[in-house]
Write a protein that binds this ligand. Structure first.
Ligand SMILES: [Zn+2]
Length: 215
C-alpha cells in the first residue's frame, strides 16, 4: 500500500479522480446486488421490475415491462462536517450504531429532500454532537460505490452548544491535529477527509496508517 502523503498528486492512483480513493469497487459494475434486491416492484403499477435493455437508454436499467416505468437508481448524498474548536481541535464522535459502531467518525448523515446541504451539515452535527457549527470550505467529496453514497465533508467552525452524546454517538471528543486516533477510525471516507483536511491546514503532519484501509 502506498503511504499516504500530503502530496495528493502521488496518491490518486487512477483516472477515476480523488473521490475514488475510498472505494474498492470498479466503476461500471451496475447496481450493487444488495441495493437491487430492495428494488423489486414498479412504484407506478406494482408489476415486477426487470433489469435489461430499455429503448433510448445507453445502459441496462431496471424497468417495468407493463407500464414502461424506468426505476433509475442513483447514489444518495451523505453530508458530514469536520468541526473545529477555537483551539483548532477536531471534533469526532465514537459511533453508537452500525456501521462502524465503537469507532471514530465525523458527524454526518443523509441529506433530506427539503433542506440545503448547509442546513443538513448543521442539523446532523447538532444531532450527533450537541454542537452548533457553521460549515465553511468543502474539504472533499468521496465516492463509496459499495454503499451507493457520495460523502461530502465540510470544514466547520464550532459556534456554540455543548458536547452531548446521543444514541448515534457514544462519545464526543476533540483531538489535536497531531493526535488523531488513526487506528480507531470507522470509515475510509473519514480517513480521506481528515487526510485532505490535514494536507490543507497542517501539511507538516503525516497521516497514520489506519486499520480501516487494511480491511
Ligand atoms: Zn409499471
Amino acid at each position: 500500500m502506498t503511504k499516504p502523503t500530503a502530496d495528493r498528486s502521488l496518491e490518486s492512483g487512477s483516472d477515476r479522480g480523488l473521490d475514488a480513493r475510498p472505494t474498492d469497487i470498479e466503476s461500471g459494475r451496475g447496481i450493487p446486488s444488495w441495493l437491487a434486491a430492495s428494488i423489486t416492484y414498479c412504484s407506478r403499477c406494482g408489476a415486477e421490475l426487470h433489469f435489461g435493455e430499455v429503448p433510448g437508454e445507453e445502459r441496462h436499467r431496471l424497468a417495468c415491462l407493463s407500464c414502461g416505468f424506468v426505476a433509475y437508481v442513483n447514489p444518495r448524498l451523505v453530508v458530514t462536517t469536520l468541526p473545529l474548536t477555537d483551539d483548532g481541535e477536531l471534533v469526532l464522535i465514537r459511533r453508537g450504531i452500525e456501521p462502524g459502531i465503537g469507532s471514530w467518525a465525523q458527524p454526518g448523515g443523509f441529506l433530506e429532500v427539503d433542506e440545503t446541504v448547509t442546513e443538513a451539515a448543521r442539523r446532523e452535527t447538532l444531532e450527533e454532537t450537541g454542537l452548533i457549527v457553521e460549515p465553511g470550505e468543502i474539504v472533499g467529496l468521496y465516492t463509496r460505490l459499495e454503499a451507493a453514497v457520495v460523502v461530502l465533508a465540510f470544514e466547520a467552525r464550532v459556534m456554540g452548544g455543548e458536547p452531548a452524546t446521543s444514541p448515534e454517538s457514544l462519545e464526543v471528543r476533540t483531538f489535536a491535529p497531531d493526535a488523531i486516533p488513526w487506528d480507531g477510525i470507522a470509515f475510509k471516507t473519514t480517513y480521506w477527509a481528515i487526510v485532505d483536511w490535514l494536507a490543507r491546514r497542517h501539511p507538516e503532519i503525516q497521516p497514520g496508517d489506519p486499520a480501516v484501509l487494511r480491511r
